[in-house]
Design a protein around this ligand. Structure first.
Ligand code: F3S
Length: 391
């Protein structure tokens, strides 16, 4: 790899120990992937924020980096293990909360904007077409690459932090034109009416294509909410961090010759397979984190009703604050549903607390079953409200 005089100073530790360590992490990554140089990034999103995943070793690493590390670019965080304000209402223990706050404090000392969300693009961390960035969370990475046309690999926690503290990443993978070209055309004929169809399509594509980049045809329109569901699902079940949707996503690419069809029945079967025959005791809405538009719809659906099952709505705090200003936050809470700002159902320590989770997120189904050993019911938002409110 080649580097500039300033980058050499960082590698020598003349700009501090955190930037030296960060450069070493990035250089090692560059050597593994055969990168030729460092490139500047416009923004960073760091995963590895929940104390549930980090443990004491992770907290110690962050505290050490916070001694002299300061972020060089706009940097936000992935969901934490709890709502940073409302954690008691969600049943989080004092001991966990204390550790989680230390994690957030360490990031804060480094100058990170401690908004914890997998939808940073709703809260001001929104790169543009062609911008190099270093993001971590898989659905956000897929959204940035595919829907916004920005360029990022799927960073691990340490490499994203290293990018934040240096303003740099190494040029390989999705930063390069050739890796962004689709290799297979996918024809979709199913009428894609609901978010759950996009989640199911993501599952089918993920399982059939692995990490190949698809060029998807046949979907005429898609809302932001449907696109974030597709991103979350395709990245979870397959591993690709990029797709192109004909007429919808912004990047100009060549349509590949090789192709496959997704039969309508495959999508219907995927929807059915994500539901178990079990009694729901937990309703989880907001994976990826809800948009303001979703909160408006939810408030409308919940108006005048009371939930009879534990119901959480995961969201970025600034989106919740906007909902509060519009009066819809109050409407949602009046039903008994609880906001889970800053966190989500996968990184919060909830294993063993519930038996069956209802969700409209294919990604949540994967982790609820795999990580938390819950049964699942996969259904559209309207149905989730029925489940939450009917005895
Ligand atoms: Fe976001 Fe958590 Fe889902 S990070 S995409 S709400 S699993």
């Amino acid at each position: 790899m080649e580097w500039t005089a300033t980058q050499q100073e960082m590698l020598d530790g003349r700009l501090g120990q955190a930037s030296r360590k960060s450069m070493e992490i990035l250089r090692a990554l560059g050597e593994i992937y055969g990168a030729r140089r460092f490139i500047e990034v416009k923004s960073v999103q760091i995963a590895g924020v929940s104390y549930d995943n980090l443990g004491d070793a992770g907290l110690e690493f962050l505290s050490e980096m916070a001694r002299d590390g300061r972020v060089q670019v706009l940097t936000t965080l992935n969901p934490a293990g709890m709502d940073l304000e409302n954690w008691r209402a969600l049943g989080i223990s004092e001991a966990f909360a204390e550790k989680q706050k230390l994690v957030i404090d360490a990031f804060s000392r480094m100058g990170v904007i401690t908004t914890c969300t997998c939808t940073p693009y709703f809260v001001g961390n929104r790169p543009g077409l062609g911008d190099p960035i270093a993001w971590s969370e898989s659905s956000a990475v897929c959204y940035a690459n595919s829907v916004l046309g920005a360029r990022t690999n799927r960073e691990g926690g340490p490499s994203a932090l290293a990018a934040a503290l240096t303003g740099l990443t190494v040029e390989y993978g999705y930063h390069l034109d050739e890796a962004r070209q689709p290799v297979v055309t996918v024809e979709v004929t199913h009428e894609m009416r609901d978010q759950i169809h996009f989640g199911a399509l993501g599952q089918v594509l993920g399982k059939r294509l692995g990490n190949q980049v698809p060029y998807i045809k046949g979907i005429r329109t898609a809302t932001v909410e449907q696109l974030k569901s597709l991103c979350a699902s395709v990245a979870t079940y397959g591993g690709t961090a990029l797709f192109h949707l004909e007429g919808i996503t912004p990047e100009k690419v060549r349509e590949p010759d090789a192709g496959l069809r997704v039969a309508d029945e495959e999508i219907e079967a995927a929807v059915r397979a994500m539901s178990d025959d079990a009694q729901v005791d937990f309703v989880a809405i907001g994976c990826p984190h809800c948009s303001l538009e979703e909160l408006r719809t939810l408030a409308e659906l919940l108006k005048g009703k009371k939930v009879v099952r534990e119901t959480w709505v995961a969201v970025a705090r600034p989106v919740k604050e906007q909902a509060d200003r519009e009066g819809i936050g109050r409407l949602i809470e009046a039903s008994g549903a609880k906001f889970a700002a800053d966190t989500c159902f996968v990184v919060a320590p909830i294993r063993g607390r519930f038996h069956c989770m209802a969700t409209n997120s294919a990604k949540s189904v994967f982790y609820a079953r795999g990580k938390n050993r819950f049964k699942t019911v996969f259904a559209p938002l309207e149905k989730l409200v029925d489940i939450a409110t009917q005895g």
